[in-house]
Design a protein around this ligand. Structure first.
Ligand SMILES: [Zn+2]
Ligand SMILES: [Zn+2]
Length: 289
């Protein structure tokens, strides 16, 4: 979504936008009032009212996703969502940065779905009393659809943390081109060799591969990834992978989405063995340059 979908403005500005959209023939306009959306529960019931969700709507994110992409019960040729007091949205839930980021992603997918799949124009506009700029961080493209964000911390830079997911699960086999070393306090970490460092996660159910890192020398980029990770405690080979990406504040200024996604300065990967729970907390600590 473009940066300007959140504007500085009052409830009156939002009402004005609501009636303006309403004047377009065939447009269904939903008004969401930030004051009623301070919790997830509130957001769900506000959406249910504004979009006349059916009685079976389950007040959770999956159900929300399903309903907002269905809307079979409404008549329209185009859609608009107007939000007032956006600064209050999810303000009582305690994960403000993450929730706003995820909401933006959802709206982004939503508008794209209706426009591209259904040929229905979609508009989302929000008004905030205070000037509000969402952090513009995007994930590396290869993680799209495979990364469940659990936390976003924004100080001078932004750290996105989440788990790799595939097939609704978090079990991956891990392959690497690096040197696995055990430190004197017993921590296992992967170190770049002269070839560089590569790290690949393979979904334990479908075999789909996520090339998390391939920071090897140009001529090594396509070569096979030689080593597989086995749990040092139980010898098994499936791990849950928690990944943190740190984006410096200027990463948001990159023009291309792809470049923006790759602009992280550091990446951390922690693995925990699916069989015995052994944690490799600092498996990868890597500066991306
Ligand atoms: Zn899979
Ligand atoms: Zn184990």
């Amino acid at each position: 979504m473009k940066q300007d979908w959140i504007r500085q403005g009052t409830c009156e500005d939002a009402s004005a936008a609501f009636s303006e959209h309403g004047q377009t023939p065939g447009r269904y306009v939903a008004l969401l009032r930030g004051e009623r959306c301070q919790t997830y529960e509130g957001f769900f019931s506000e959406c249910a009212a504004a979009f006349q969700f059916p009685g079976y709507f389950g007040s959770n994110w999956n159900a929300w996703d399903e309903c907002i992409n269905d809307l079979d019960w409404l008549e329209f040729t185009s859609l608009a969502i107007v939000i007032d007091r956006f600064e209050l949205l999810f303000s009582k839930e305690g994960h403000l940065a993450r929730d706003r980021y995820l909401l933006e992603q959802s709206f982004d997918e939503w508008t794209r779905y209706w426009q591209e799949e259904k040929g229905v124009s979609c508009f989302v506009v929000a008004f905030s009393k205070e000037k509000l700029v969402l952090p513009r961080y995007v994930l590396p493209e290869r993680l799209n659809g495979h990364f469940r964000i659990t936390d976003i911390i924004t100080r001078s830079d932004t750290v996105l943390t989440g788990y790799l997911e595939c097939c609704g699960d978090r079990a991956f086999e891990v392959f690497y081109d690096a040197k696995l070393k055990r430190s004197w306090i017993g921590e296992y970490s992967l170190y770049a060799t002269a070839r560089g460092l590569a790290f690949l996660a393979r979904c334990a159910s479908c075999g789909g591969e996520i090339r998390l890192l391939n920071c090897r020398r140009e001529e090594e980029l396509t070569s096979a990834i030689p080593h597989q990770l086995f749990c040092p405690k139980c010898g098994k080979n499936e791990f849950a992978l928690k990944v943190s990406l740190e984006y410096p504040s200027d990463a948001a200024e990159q023009e291309e989405t792809n470049e923006r996604g790759e602009a992280f300065g550091w990446i951390w990967v922690a693995a925990s063995c699916c069989a015995c729970g052994k944690e490799l907390k600092h498996l990868v600590v890597f500066e991306n340059d």
